[in-house]
Design a protein around this ligand. Structure first.
Ligand SMILES: [Fe+2]
Length: 135
């Protein structure tokens, strides 16, 4: 079972970014899969590190593209990224201290944040970038 089902409605029209978004969906679904099987505890630290690293890579790809095409709302967009990475770091820190299972609240937060961010903030730059990038 998947927590997030990717659909083309989430596409921002830029292949590299769509592929990375799919990568993030996969990691969150993996986390959910481990949790459903009660195996999250053993793998959580690793998955969280992977999620954080991959998220940082993705945000830097996105920010490079946004800067390149002088996206007018760049700084607000980047702020959302920074806040999300801080959240991930806090989750990881709490996990390292408590060694508790990943909660459904955290998973819901990850899912909701990603889908909202893609559908609202990323779709906004998508409109701007499509003028320059044709795929
Ligand atoms: Fe973004």
């Amino acid at each position: 079972m998947e927590l997030i089902k990717w659909t083309d409605a989430y596409s921002v029209g830029i292949k590299e970014i769509d592929n990375q978004h799919k990568g993030l969906v996969t990691i969150i679904n993996d986390l959910f899969g481990y949790m459903s099987k009660g195996k999250a505890k053993n793998n959580l630290g690793e998955i969280f590190d992977h999620l954080t690293d991959y998220t940082k890579l993705h945000f830097s790809t996105e920010e490079k593209i946004l800067a390149k095409y002088a996206y007018p709302d760049f700084f607000n967009h980047k702020k959302e990224h920074v806040e999300f990475v801080n959240k991930l770091v806090t989750f990881k820190k709490n996990f390292d201290e408590s060694r508790k299972e990943v909660s459904i609240e955290i998973l819901s937060f990850l899912r909701d944040w990603l889908l909202n961010h893609i559908q609202l903030s990323d779709k906004k730059y998508s409109k701007h970038l499509r003028i320059y990038i044709e795929e």
